[in-house]
Design a protein around this ligand. Structure first.
Ligand SMILES: Cc1ncc(COP(=O)(O)O)c(C=O)c1O
Length: 403
């Protein structure tokens, strides 16, 4: 076995979701987890918590410490001044979205979701009895942008809460201040609200800068709920600790009235880990960002060499590649199913991210360089086999396949 076979096997043996979700021998590029562990200060803080048996209910002092660490991170990383007391805890960002829809948008109003998007933004509103108005993000030169006219129409159709995902999953866009201001003007004109998901903010590459949406103007602060978390950048999603940043008095008052059912569930270890990440995790994060930066370019080079018909714009932030496979002539509609069964690679099907995602797959490149290389080679082999109608090896052979 090669070193990267050993690595892939170790990741499977460890039981990570990305590596175990669909069967033996598959290479994992689906769920948004990184193959890099977490920052040593986070591991040390967790070990110390275990040593002290800090496994009970969440004490207010620890929660307050996370508020301070998160507020300090927002100021150091993005120049955004928020009061620690305005940082409220929730178990995860999807719950934050649920709470925003249910308690902070006009009752019964449709939710405006720019697509393609992170799949729960399309599915959660339905679970809450809400309709989704999809607004397509449009290609402009070498990037995707908001269609402000379509956004305007969505508000005129009765939409109230806009989901602003920035940095964007799956497109990897990092919106600049001008784009954010233009969006906020449309929202403000209609008296709308924004749920700003900024969970990928620490994962922005050189040449781009994360601007917190609510920091762009008092109007934006007035209509926005911002969700942040250390979960993606420090790779600790399983510890269940996200934060909602409140930036206006009406929301502060409403939050006080929310019952435990809405907000309970943040874990004490998540608070310990998140606090350590924000306070002491910057150096590790710098290293991870450099590694991801190499991988987003490696992915470009691998696709150019092995799958030149696949379209790919290296993301400005996140570790997600959005691969346009429409020119490959693959059997649809589920391209992720094709790559899983024919290449032994798990991806997220673009169609699950909204209608404009059909013909695309989302590929997580937060892995080792040899594994990323094997992923693209296997995908290319599957595409070429299909083109020349050669028989596929069949899923059970992937455990022994070395390319
Ligand atoms: C844009 C976006 N929001 C939210 C989440 C979920 O984050 P959490 O696990 O912190 O809820 C993800 C996970 O991949 C994501 O990409």
């Amino acid at each position: 076995m090669s070193d990267d076979d050993v690595t892939a096997q170790a990741l499977r043996d460890a039981g990570h979701l990305k590596w175990t979700v669909s069967g033996p021998g598959l290479l994992g590029a689906c769920a948004a987890e990184m193959d890099y562990g977490t920052a040593p200060p986070v591991t040390a803080a967790l070990a110390e918590a275990l040593r002290k048996n800090l496994l009970g209910y969440l004490p207010p002092g620890l929660a307050g410490g996370l508020g301070e660490a998160c507020a300090d991170w927002q100021r150091r990383a993005y120049g955004w001044d928020v009061a620690p007391a305005d940082i409220r805890l929730l178990p995860d960002v999807v719950r934050a979205f649920h709470v925003a829809v249910e308690h902070f948008s006009r009752p019964g109003s449709p939710v405006i979701v720019p697509v393609p998007t992170f799949t729960p933004f399309l599915t959660v509103p339905g679970l809450l009895g809400r309709r989704v108005i999809e607004v397509g993000l449009v290609r402009s030169g070498s990037r995707y942008v908001y269609d402000l006219d379509a956004l305007d129409r969505a508000y005129r159709q009765g939409g109230h809460l806009l989901v602003l995902c920035n940095p964007h999953n799956p497109l990897g866009r990092v919106l600049d201040a001008g784009e954010l201001t233009a969006i906020s003007e449309v929202v403000d004109r209609h008296g709308g609200r924004v749920f700003s998901d900024e969970v990928h903010a620490p994962l922005v590459y050189a040449g781009h800068r994360h601007v917190p949406y609510a920091s762009t103007s008092s109007a934006a602060a007035h209509h926005t709920l911002t969700a942040v978390s250390a979960s993606k950048a420090w790779n600790i999603a399983g510890l269940k600790c996200a934060q909602m940043v409140l930036t206006n008095d009406a929301d502060r008052a409403r939050w006080e009235g929310l019952g435990r059912l809405a907000t309970d569930g943040t874990s004490i270890l998540g608070v310990v880990a998140g606090t350590a990440a924000y306070r002491d995790g910057a150096a590790w994060l710098d290293g991870v960002r450099a590694r991801l930066d190499r991988n987003r370019r490696l992915l470009r080079d691998l696709l150019r060499d092995h799958l030149p018909d696949v379209g790919y714009l290296p993301p400005e932030g996140t570790y997600l590649g959005w691969l346009d496979c429409r020119r490959l002539g693959l059997p649809g509609p589920d391209l992720a199913a094709f790559f899983r069964s024919e290449a032994g690679v798990t991806t997220v099907d673009g169609g699950s991210c909204g209608a404009p995602g059909r013909g695309f797959v989302r590929l997580n490149f937060a892995t080792t360089e040899p594994i990323l290389t094997r992923i693209v080679r296997r995908m290319a082999d599957a595409v070429h086999r299909r083109a020349s109608a050669m028989p596929a090896p069949g899923p059970r052979d992937f455990a022994r396949q070395t390319t």
